[in-house]
Write a protein that binds this ligand. Structure first.
Ligand code: PEP
Ligand code: MN
Length: 343
């Protein structure tokens, strides 16, 4: 890190800054110009102490040299990493198609949707059992009963499953049923949850918060990685904007942006990004073209009766058509959607 001191810093204040930097366990390198004094600070910038450097009096600007995220960074691995969810490989040329209803509602619906998405070429089944709803009066999910249904149906169709975890206290319970945890947009910066998930060996689908920068997303990933769990897949799902004709604003540039800064796989969720079935297929195609390692969509056989996010669900036949296009696009990108037979 380079610390730039204010032009009016006195000799005494500069000496104090040097002493304080040493006290915090870093090595200062002083450079005094005619008008400016800058101090090069050498040491591990991921240490909690580095925050304290910014509190030293007379510091005008701090320019980090190392990225604040280390294990998630491109510097850490030049090669794209891949994450296994059950047998399904995400990243390194192998793509995920995560599909299913927003929420697990009952066995029959889960079974019907799973049958369709499996036939259409999905390789991971989704369904929320604990739902983060904006209203406390809206359907909150089936809880453990929903987890059991999801797991049973996943096994029946030989699809690994992903489901949302909202609280550190749910980590053990959900871990008994799922092949992948989902951290939703609303919990991307639930740091206690991220730390708990980092202590498990189950991969995590980390969705971008609705007002989070790409750097924020990578910092959140770092929380999981720093605890030892390297199975992190990022997910762009749109951010809040002034546009009100779509649910969120899909930031597709996040895909190549993340790929430049990180080795982690990234997938895109056009369902929550747009909230509109008429826009989801084209945004799925664009996601693959942008270099995503997978796509996540909500599918329901009867959206009218869905207990959450019905208006954005694709019908099974729409999903089937979409997969046809995505296979062609994946091929053009030199990738394939993971399939048992091809593994
Ligand atoms: C979901 O996947 O159903 C969900 C709630 O997504 P997000 O956290 O992206 O809003
Ligand atoms: Mn949903």
């Amino acid at each position: 890190m380079i610390l730039v001191l204010r032009p009016d810093a006195t000799l005494e204040q500069i000496d104090h800054a040097i002493e304080r930097i040493k006290e915090l366990g870093f090595t200062p390198h002083l450079s005094r110009g005619e008008r400016r004094t800058i101090i090069g600070v050498i040491g591990d910038e991921t240490k909690p102490n580095s925050e304290m450097l910014l509190q030293i009096p007379m510091i005008e600007q701090a320019i980090p040299i190392l990225k604040p995220f280390k294990l998630a960074s491109r510097e850490f691995s030049k090669e794209d990493s891949s994450v296994y969810v059950g047998k399904v490989k995400i990243g390194g040329g192998s793509m995920a198609m995560i599909a299913g209803p927003c929420a697990v509602e009952n066995y029959e619906t889960m079974d019907t949707v799973a049958k369709y998405v499996k036939a259409g070429g999905a390789n991971i089944l989704r369904g929320g059992a604990f739902k983060p709803r904006t209203s406390p009066y809206a359907f909150q999910g089936m809880g453990e009963d929903g987890l059991k249904i999801l797991k049973d149906v996943g096994q029946k169709y030989e699809l690994p499953v992903v489901t949302e975890v909202m609280d550190p206290r749910q980590v053990d319970l959900i871990g008994r049923y799922t092949d992948m945890y989902q951290v939703g947009a609303r919990n991307m910066q639930n740091f206690d949850l991220l730390k708990e998930l980092g202590k498990t060996k189950i991969p995590v689908l980390l969705k971008r918060g609705m007002s989070a920068t790409v750097k924020d997303l990578l910092m959140s990933a770092e929380y999981i990685l720093a605890e030892g769990n390297m199975g992190v897949v990022l997910c762009e799902r749109g951010v809040r904007s002034f546009e009100d004709s779509t649910r969120n604003m899909l930031d597709l540039s996040a895909v190549p942006n993340v790929k430049g800064q990180s080795h982690l796989p990234i997938i895109v969720d056009p369902s929550h990004a747009t909230g509109r079935p008429d826009l989801i297929p084209s945004m799925c195609r664009a996601s693959v073209a942008a270099g995503a390692d997978g796509v996540h969509v909500e599918v329901h056989n009867c959206p009218e009766k869905a207990m959450s996010d019905g208006p954005q669900a694709l019908l099974p036949h729409q999903f089937l058509d979409l997969m046809g296009d995505l296979h062609k696009l994946a091929e053009a990108m030199g990738k394939t959607f993971w399939k048992e037979s091809a593994a």
